[in-house]
Design a protein around this ligand. Sequence first.
Ligand SMILES: [Zn+2]
Ligand SMILES: [Zn+2]
Length: 372
Amino acid sequence: MATTERDYYELLGVARDAGEVEIKRAFRKLARELHPDVSDRPDAQDRFREVVEAYEVLSKSETRELYDRYGHAGLRGGGFTPGHFDLGNLSDLFSAFFGDDLFGGSVGRTHARGADIAAEVEIELVEAARGTTRQVPFHVTVPCAHCGGDGAEPGSEIQTCTTCGGAGRLQQVSRSVFGEFVRTQVCPTCRGAGRIPEQLCTECEGAGRAIEERVLDVAIPPGIHDGQRIRLTGEGHAGAEGGRAGDVYVLVRVRPDPRFVREGNDVFSTVDLTMTQAALGATVTVAALEGDEEITLEPGTQPGQVVVLRGRGMPVLQGFGRGDHRVLVNVLMPRHLDDEQRRLLDEFDRRVGEDTYRADEGFFQKLKSAFR
Ligand SMILES: [Zn+2]
Ligand SMILES: [Zn+2]
């Protein structure tokens, strides 16, 4: 049943004697404006459906003639139902118009692409810093070696599939926001091959594919972040009937390193100084991404002070340069003093002058920015 009683020529904004090209052009313009994915108009869906219907009727000479003569009633009398246009054609039309497939589907593709495979690896943060290689095992379907992928026992006859008549596809009417659509699906009998072997391959039982265990060397680039995926094109499952193989997506997990906190490309760590090291200055060893490193702290180093190891953070993934490594200074106070130590500290305290503990004005700012 028609979804609109509005005049199809009016809907497309063309004259009654408009030619094929003009109708196409008008439809293209309107479809672009009204497509529900791009239009903000609240009635975009309904308008789009009307326009598609109008185009459907006016773009074919039989339905256009019927409509010209008898109007909507004539179409109904002629058994016309909107939405039963050839989805393949409309889809092609849209890919020509919009540069992509409007219906996002594999319509018209007989040789189905193989499925993707998900794999996962876990690496250490320091490995993520320098990049590493991991062997990733996974199971993959490959074309059956015995039958070469066509599912037939070598030497047996191959017949045309009677379910789909050899097309490999079946058309199915489905409802969507645009009205009724003819959807194309892979024929379940022949699984899209269009042909059925008289005797199924004894190795793969007609599937044309076999399962193989494979190990891939996966190069993990320096600077990778936890949760990122590496795509290995064409290493996934084999496609049906010689279709393109799928891809492998390797999810990379970066194990947290208890010594470092990573934030973007920067890393943070802390270093403990004793009270006397902080007061007198010291050279200490800190853990860095590329191994231990010595840093020298000036006399009078304050807790909360940050030592920046420039360019010693994580590399920028697929870019240039590296983040920084910021080392936050913690100062340890003595917890247990014996009598002699207490006497010495008392003695020290008696000698404290005006300048000894001069406050650092920027201390609070520094503390705030340490782990920004
Ligand atoms: Zn086989
Ligand atoms: Zn079939």
